[in-house]
Write a protein that binds this ligand. Structure first.
Ligand code: C2O
Length: 562
């Protein structure tokens, strides 16, 4: 039976290849990624880090919309690895998505795997990163998607482009940071520096000689392609004396929005135009980490900086610093993230599946008293009170091959108990989630509405929730508990922003809509990596549709096995 089913699937797959002559116009773009290690020094400290092709950040990949991208990943490093193409929808290529134990088993040291997919209907900036434990701290890079043949930007062509990747640096082996936290139950150590294109900049020790300089000419327009590859921290972003016009976010065009400050969460990407219309000089480009926890402390009180250097400016003059918002300025954060609008929109007006999903932190008792260092409990994340447990083989493999016992199809549409999710002192009896590998099944092409509700368990926090395999419309958001009688009346069903990662307001909620038009297994998780590593994950399983193109294809022959 299974054999026959695979034969039919294989036949349909071949058929797709033969009936797609339109693909002939798109180019084939090939890259080789060799994962290895090298010693890198930052903030007076040398660490052995994992890199791709010896680069940190990793190579920028540039394609045109419609191109077929093939990346052969050879793992010559010491750890299991996978690569995720963050924001790429992966229509018809679910095996290339990359999250470990969700769509594939990891690539073991010494092995390789080839990611092969076509980028259709997306333009702007996305990125790629390792998707296992903390490796993405150093294994990441930008993915630039230019308009395809015959298409232009929906804004005037910039004179040049500037890639900007925000990151974090640890004076430690990052895999040890997360593995120690998992072993002891403690919160993982925070990073030791924030970075722009891997350099901390002038305000961190031993760093000023290597501060990144963006050389620009007076009177030109530059397209900044900003990626937040940070592990834990959402940031404000500013450039002294310069306004910025956001034209795309998460590789979806927005109506141009001019501002002097951006808010960018881990996972998000932004395309931003600047005009060099100030006096010849040096201007700092910098970040300030936003802590969304009420009464939360400031993390490092230091900005990562680079320098925007006008041609003709003296190298040695002192750059102007931007005036940053306070580290806990939730008003500015919310104002920015509720101001963007889609340039083109086709938001579903009705929904088939409605889910209300609580998201936040919790505490579970370590089995067999395995974390005495942390009073016998560990912090976890959960959706609808279920903290996700990674299976031993990838869920997509288990689904495709009908292997039982790997996951269950019973993720709930609502929290198990109703309580006041956003009161200040939530009773301790609500703090311990269940654990499990439960997935939510979606019928092909169903229209889904999810309201994510932040809870105050342990603390309120703006968690960046990332959906694989789709973009979604952000139709509404607010503070406090979502009210399903009154809040829908205020939904934007005309031109809401489309995203792949959403910072749900701290102590609040956000409503999204998407169409489940992509058969496969799609992870949803908090893009704070420590939270995801601690169970802040859930999974959608979208069933096949009626057409050959809507059926999960057979796995590539080199798919890694667990
Ligand atoms: Cu950028 Cu599942 O992640």
């Amino acid at each position: 039976m299974a054999g026959l089913a695979s034969a039919v699937k294989l036949a349909s797959f071949l058929c797709i290849i033969f009936i797609a002559p339109w693909m002939a116009s798109a180019a084939l773009v090939q890259h080789n990624f060799t994962i290895g290690t090298q010693n890198v020094t930052r903030v007076c400290n040398t660490e052995t880090i994992v890199t791709v092709n010896g680069q940190y950040p990793g190579p920028t990949i540039t394609v045109d919309e419609g191109d077929n991208l093939i990346v052969e990943v050879q793992n010559d490093g010491p750890y299991n690895v996978t690569i995720h193409w963050h924001g790429v929808k992966q229509f018809g290529s679910p095996w290339a998505d990359g999250p470990s134990y969700i769509t594939q088993c990891p690539i073991a040291p010494g092995n390789k795997y080839t990611y092969n997919f076509t980028i259709t209907g997306q333009e702007g900036t996305l990125w790629w990163h390792a998707h296992i434990l903390y490796l993405r701290a150093t294994v990441h890079g930008a993915l630039v998607i230019k308009p395809g043949a015959g298409n232009d930007y929906p804004f005037s062509e910039p004179d040049d482009e500037i890639p900007i990747i925000l990151g974090e640096w640890w004076n430690a082996n990052v895999q040890d940071v997360i593995l120690d936290a998992i072993a002891t139950g403690a919160v993982p150590n925070d990073s030791d520096a924030y970075t722009i294109n891997s350099q901390p900049g002038d305000f961190f020790p031993c760093s000023s000689n290597d501060t990144v300089r963006f050389l620009v000419e007076m009177g030109k327009t530059y397209l900044l392609r900003i990626v937040n590859a940070a592990m834990i921290h959402t940031s404000f972003f500013k450039i002294a004396q310069h306004n910025m016009t956001v034209v795309a976010m998460d590789a979806v065009y927005v109506k141009p929005y001019t501002t002097d400050v951006l808010l960018i969460a881990p996972g998000n990407t932004m395309d931003v135009l600047i005009t060099t219309d100030q006096e010849v000089g040096l201007y700092y480009v910098g970040t300030r980490v936003y802590n969304s926890q009420p009464d939360g402390t400031q993390y490092l009180n230091t900005s990562a900086t680079a320098i925007l250097q006008y041609e003709g400016a003296l190298n040695t003059s002192t750059p102007l610093l931007p005036d940053f918002p306070d580290y806990n300025d939730t008003d500015t954060a919310f104002n920015f993230s509720s101001s963007l609008r889609s340039l083109n929109s086709s938001v579903p007006q009705t929904v088939d599946v409605e889910m209300y999903i609580t998201e936040g932190l919790g505490l579970i008792t370590c089995p067999d008293n395995s974390c005495p260092e942390n009073n016998g409990v560990r912090g976890v994340g959960s959706f609808n009170n279920i903290s996700f447990v990674d299976p031993d083989i990838a869920i997509l493999q288990a689904y495709y091959n009908d292997i039982d016992g790997v996951f269950t199809r019973d993720f709930p549409d609502n929290p198990p108990v109703e309580f006041n999710y956003t009161e200040a002192d939530i009773p301790l009896s609500f703090w311990a989630p269940d654990t499990g590998t439960r997935v939510k099944v979606l019928e092909f092409n169903s229209t889904v509405q999810v309201v994510f509700q932040n809870t105050g368990i342990i603390t309120f926090e703006s968690h960046p929730i990332h959906l694989h395999g789709h973009d979604f419309y952000l139709v509404g958001q607010g503070f406090g508990n979502y009210n399903n009688e009154t809040d829908p009346a205020n939904f934007n069903l005309v031109d809401p922003q489309m995203l792949n990662t959403l910072g749900v307001p701290t102590g609040g909620w956000a409503a999204i809509r998407f169409v489940a038009n992509n058969p496969g297994v799609w992870l949803v998780h908090c893009h704070f990596e420590s939270h995801s590593s601690l169970g802040f994950d859930m999974v959608f399983l979208t069933y096949n549709g009626p057409e050959d193109a809507d059926i999960v294809p057979p796995p590539p022959s080199d798919l890694p096995q667990c």
